[in-house]
Design a protein around this ligand. Structure first.
Ligand SMILES: NC(=O)c1ccc[n+]([C@@H]2O[C@H](COP(=O)([O-])OP(=O)(O)OC[C@H]3O[C@@H](n4cnc5c(N)ncnc54)[C@H](OP(=O)(O)O)[C@@H]3O)[C@@H](O)[C@H]2O)c1
Length: 326
């Protein structure tokens, strides 16, 4: 496993991180928003496997099955030396953020109250990175979030602060990143969505803001295992509708035929791509399946030639498959 320093936090993190949205789906009571299906026993195995092979960075959120994902991390990895990033959900329940009045989305007392709940879910261990689960630069001039973060830091509930950038809209966070007032950003970055490289990443590097790449496998398609017959028993049935699935499979198949081999899988190629020098510090991969953990954590061991990297850069594909409020 390779490690790096996550921007100005100074935290030494594994470059493959564990995205725990999916494992929240093992919650006993499922709400429509919990969306993934998972088996807690397997999820715990996946978390442990990841820890054993050197993953020390875990991304979660209070919204993932009402804290179930946070509690699974705490239960499975109690006492271990891990770094956890979690998120405060928007009060109005809208992804992406729409309301320009921050008091309707992240009132000060609400941020503080939710942070305390996450802190408890995580076993009363100081949260390493607390992120707002949505963000609009229109909120930058308000002091609400600054005041809330100051209280949370003083209480020892969280050490560092970040934001999760709206889906496929990296430029919606340029102002806050340029200010250097946050420690990290979390943004969709993968072979298809390379837009963060245009403006967001150079600015983040300039301000020493840590870069967390989410959805590095495009919700699974870049794992290279889908075909036209693949069906989904989770929220992704609305993401990969049959017509979209066909196009996605055609595109990924082409890449896979050209680049994958017995020595490097499509998933490893996609993860390596997201972690190249002009990319992210860490890729947080969703992996409910423990065997994926072993494969994914070897992604940095593979090599991509200059020509192959150029080819992958040309696979950029602008689209937004997300249904409202995901
Ligand atoms: N707004 C936000 O802040 C936000 C939004 C989305 C995601 N996130 C964070 O980002 C993390 C990652 O995103 P994600 O989980 O949605 O999507 P992702 O990481 O792009 O893809 C996850 C999917 O890839 C599959 N997969 C993993 N390794 C594989 C491999 N080696 N071969 C084939 N398939 C593989 C997983 O399989 P299984 O089905 O077997 O698990 C899962 O279906 C989340 O868990 C969450 O922590 C944050």
């Amino acid at each position: 496993m390779q490690y790096t320093t996550l921007g100005k936090t100074g935290l030494r993190i594994s470059r493959i991180g564990f995205g725990t949205w999916g494992i929240g789906g093992g919650a006993p009571v499922l709400h429509w928003k919990d969306m993934w299906k998972a088996d807690d026993k397997l999820s715990k195995q996946a978390l442990l496997n990841a820890y054993r092979v050197g993953v020390n960075f875990f991304d979660t959120a209070l919204e993932y099955a009402d804290g179930h994902s946070e509690r699974l991390i705490a239960e499975t990895l109690a006492g271990k030396d891990i770094i956890v990033a979690t998120k405060i959900p928007p009060l109005d329940g809208h992804w992406p953020a729409q309301n320009k009045d921050i008091n309707q989305v992240f009132p000060k007392d609400y941020i503080i109250e939710k942070a305390r709940i996450s802190y408890k879910n995580l076993g009363s261990k100081t949260i390493d990175i607390l992120q707002l689960h949505v963000w609009l630069d229109d909120w930058f001039d308000s002091n609400v979030w600054r005041e809330a973060f100051a209280v949370i830091k003083k209480e020892g509930v969280a050490k560092f602060f970040g934001i999760s950038v709206n889906d496929h809209d990296p430029n919606s966070a340029l102002k806050i990143v340029d200010s250097g007032e946050i420690d990290t950003i979390q943004v969709i970055y993968n072979i298809f969505d390379q837009a963060p490289k245009d403006e967001l990443f150079p600015l983040a590097r300039k301000r020493n803001v840590g870069i967390i790449a989410r959805v590095p496998l495009d919700e699974g398609s870049l794992g290279g295992t889908f075909d036209y017959q693949t069906t989904f028993n989770d929220w992704r049935k609305d993401y990969f509708t049959p017509e979209r699935l066909k196009e996605v499979v055609d595109r990924v198949k082409q890449m896979k035929n050209k680049l994958a081999s017995t020595n490097r899988t499509m998933a490893q190629i996609a993860l390596k791509f997201s972690l190249l020098d002009d990319g992210a510090d860490v890729a947080i991969v969703g992996m409910r399946n423990p065997t994926h953990v072993l494969e994914n954590t070897k992604s940095l061991d593979i090599n991509l030639s200059k020509e192959e990297i150029e080819y992958l850069k040309n696979q950029r594909w602008i689209r937004n498959f997300y249904p409202e409020d995901v």
